[in-house]
Design a protein around this ligand. Sequence first.
Ligand SMILES: CC(C)(COP(=O)(O)OP(=O)(O)OC[C@H]1O[C@@H](n2cnc3c(N)ncnc32)[C@H](O)[C@@H]1OP(=O)(O)O)[C@@H](O)C(=O)NCCC(=O)NCCS
Length: 152
Amino acid sequence: MVDGAARIRPLDAASESDVLVPLDRLVNGERPAAEVVAFYRAYAGLILIAEVDEEVVGYATLSGPYWNRILMMDHLAVVEAARKQGLGRLLCDAIEAAARDRGARFLTVQTARWNADAIRFYERVGFTQRGVFPDYMGDDNDLVWLDKRLSS
Ligand SMILES: CC(C)(COP(=O)(O)OP(=O)(O)OC[C@H]1O[C@@H](n2cnc3c(N)ncnc32)[C@H](O)[C@@H]1OP(=O)(O)O)[C@@H](O)C(=O)NCCC(=O)NCCS
């Protein structure tokens, strides 16, 4: 449960990436901790974490801009015990603000089609489904592309 106030702040990927190991599992499944740490140390985008009482309870990442000022939220996860209390929305809002600072026209997210909970969440916080990419996540594992228009 979230008792205290949540704080969103950028993660220092060089020194703090180890805190992402349990959160990374929620979006990428099991992989060796050293691989996870190396991945986030090398990640070129912005990594935000949500903390409550100095405990890391969620994270989200932003990369781009790519073509025509499209930015992508590459990861978003909140620990199970802290879900449905507004932290996912808070992280999305912070990512959206950072995307706007970078001049974004669209903020995009992709998730597996089977992840109906995530799709409902994204729609709830203002994203629109734009398309399905068959087999992009693996055989018989489709990807859903959603976005939110931020400017013209
Ligand atoms: C998706 C996830 C980040 C949502 O985080 P959260 O902190 O529970 O979300 P919030 O509490 O901020 O919810 C925001 C809104 O979405 C709604 N929502 C959240 N989860 C939902 C679900 N499973 N189904 C429908 N609506 C949902 C909430 O009711 C809330 O609506 P409201 O503000 O109108 O009341 C979290 O469930 C998670 O980490 N899931 C596992 C990882 C994952 O799937 N990541 C995304 C795809 S890679």
